[in-house]
Design a protein around this ligand. Structure first.
Ligand SMILES: [Zn+2]
Length: 246
């Protein structure tokens, strides 16, 4: 991952206060990743529940929708459909045919998926791929669940996560994870064993025939505009959101 100058989003991004990156990725479909300025969006960490509700309401307003569907993420490989689930389904991949879906992270890899169904509806997905979920196969689980219902032309946008030069782990853990998720073995910039989670995600997506876009990536540990669990545990989570409109 390349290091970014503090205060600037990825090259070519539309700079706004609450978004790290935001773009119309297909006709009628927009994807975005929030910045720290959007506030903490997770109930299980950081600020009080009222603050999280306010932050979520502001994000929904910025998205132009009444409701963004979140999930209760458990580092698993379960994929669920937003249209058929309750308020906070226990899952690590949230899929929809139009409902805005969100994934919350602070070092794990957020992945947004977009394609279409035969009838023209969008096929959307928000995936949470940390070390455990990546090794458990949450990425192929999400892609396969979308395709089982007929989703075609799937593309993926990776969001900011801790990079392969920063995510230091013990050597046995690096070996264990890279055996399950090839491509993840890495070294820190100071020469110790590390994991490159986005590289592992990218390899899995490529193996599934899904085009990968990396224009929104960045390193959460190095970039103060993003939440990082390693840099500041419990401070908050930012979100990746994909939605359809008009
Ligand atoms: Zn880094």
């Amino acid at each position: 991952m390349t290091q970014r100058t503090s205060g600037q989003g990825p090259e070519g991004a539309v700079a706004t206060d609450i978004f790290w990156w935001r773009r119309d990725i297909r006709p009628g479909v927009t994807a975005a990743f929030t910045a720290v300025a959007a506030g903490n969006l997770a109930f299980h960490v950081g600020s009080d529940d009222d603050a999280v509700r306010r932050h979520r309401a502001s994000l929904a307003a910025a998205v132009g929708t009444e409701r963004v569907q979140y999930m209760e993420q458990v580092h698993g490989a379960e994929a669920v459909w937003a249209e058929e689930s309750g308020d906070a389904p226990v899952a690590d991949a949230l899929l929809s045919a139009g409902v805005p879906v969100a994934v919350m992270v602070a070092d794990c890899v957020p992945i947004l998926l977009a394609g279409h169904f035969d009838d023209g509806r969008p096929a959307l997905g928000a995936v949470h791929a940390g070390r455990v979920g990546l090794a458990a196969g949450v990425v192929p689980a999400a892609v396969e669940a979308l395709r089982r219902r007929g989703a075609a032309d799937l593309e993926a946008w990776l969001g900011p996560s801790i990079c392969g030069r920063c995510y230091e782990v013990p050597a046995p853990l690096r070996d264990e994870v890279s055996a399950l998720a090839p491509g993840t073995a890495s070294a820190t910039s100071w020469g110790t064993p590390a994991l490159d989670l986005p590289a592992g995600v990218e390899r899995q997506l490529a193996g599934l025939g899904v085009a990968v876009h990396k224009e929104a990536v960045g390193c959460t540990l190095e970039e103060a505009r993003l939440f990082s669990h390693r840099r500041a545990p419990g401070e908050g989570r930012f979100a990746g959101v994909v939605w359809s409109h008009g």
